[in-house]
Design a protein around this ligand. Sequence first.
Ligand code: NOJ
Length: 540
Amino acid sequence: MAVPWYKDAVFYEVPVKAFYDADGDGIGDLKGLAEKLDYLQRLKIDCLWLLPFYPSPMRDSGYDISDFYNVSPSYGTLEDFDRLVRAAHERKIRIISDLVLNHTSDQNAWFESARKPGSSKRDWYVWSDTDQKYKGARVMFNDTEKSNWTWDPAAKAYYWHRFFSHQPDLNYDNPEVRAEMLKVARFWLDRGIDGFRLDAVPFLFEREGTSCENLPETHRFLKELRAMVDREYGDRLLLAEANQLPDDVRPYFGDGDECHMAFHFPLMPRIFMAIKKEERKPIVDVLRDTPPIPDSCQWGLFLRNHDELTLEMMPPDDCEYMLREYAREPRMRVNVGIRRRLAPLMDFNRAQIELLVSLIMSLRGSPVLYYGDEIGMGDNIYIGDRSGVRTPMQWSPDRNAGFSRADPESLYTQPIMNPVCSFQAINVESQERVASSLLHWMKRIIDVRRLHPTFGRGTMEFLDAANPRILAYLREDAERHILVIANLSRYAQPVEVQLGRFRGWTPVEMFGHARFPPIGEGTYSLSLAPFGFLWFRLER
Ligand code: NOJ
């Protein structure tokens, strides 16, 4: 069977609002994104993931949708969307978008109708006379919300919401809702979208006496969605956003009949923990606890995204450690997480950034990059919620970072201007000019990964390096054998690994093709620079 495209793909996440403003109103738009496709093609990404671009009051950056069948006027029109998809496909770039199944905006016509007495839409949402039901469900946005119930004076009832109170949850027990959301999916698939990131997918159903997460009913609906996609469209992708423990994420793959991919949420904070503690244990432990997934499925590996670096699934001690090390200032925290970007989290240390990126490029899964991290963009912890990691893309040192021709004060938010990481210093134009830039390094590592499909498809085996600061693993398929060795320490480290079964073989470094001494009897020895990593092709 052909290997599915998403197993080899490099993904790139982009909020339309933040990428490029073609019409000069201070907000990024679909036309702007289309104009920047050449840049993305040069970066050699395979699939764009668009954050919600649908009409929305924008109280949750568009995850509060008021009309599932249109494009927000701030971003353009349905025709602009069609043109973007066509232009991306011409460049062999696929596009997936967020499909927000769980909830709508309270300004969605469905909810506005549901609130009215006697409405035929009443049962599209989850209502109650008391706020005492489903006490087992945690409150996720606990900085803002105290309960998952909010009283609606018009409806004279409480409505259920797992996120903000302006985002009422749809009632998936109602077959009309299930049918409508399949219709929404078809609407975008018909327009050529290559798949969906399924937002907040564990929360579709509610049942008394449970946490109202990962319920069997939710999995049944997802299987129905998958069957529809396979039957009517074929080669498209469902990528689950399920921030759960490894054993609870596993069911989202089903028997290869549910989601094609799921983000590896448990791994992400452990990567940050490992580099801070300078030891491989957090990474090895979580990957050893991760159950195998069906052959056709794939993990989505990421470091940062548009949300906080979530710590929800960490034990309290680890969570405290992460906050202490990475979010000293209270402003750096939101909900149960850290609202900072990759480069500032790494103190703008180039070697650390490269090391972390090399891990998501070489561990088992497909990497998902967050816009701007390829140039090491900073964040702004002085703006609210998670907006500080969603600032305008820094294209050049010009006005508004080259993001928009609007008057600076009319931008949806200011680009980063502080002296450490201002857009004058960190931007695409400058980095394209300098061969040693992070951007050029990113292109190079994406290239190397693309040349070796073993990274996306092969098996993975950890090696027991004697030094706990060293993470070493083999990635293999029938023909190729790749050895990855990473130094998680800020000091140079000795490496000794057992490579017995490759005795007589030669490690060839994969970036510069240098041939290293052949593997002999006993352990293979190397030294690694601070935060250094080496990728070797093992040649017979
Ligand atoms: C998950 C999204 O990633 C986040 O940005 C959003 O706030 C919630 N879902 C609610 O839709």
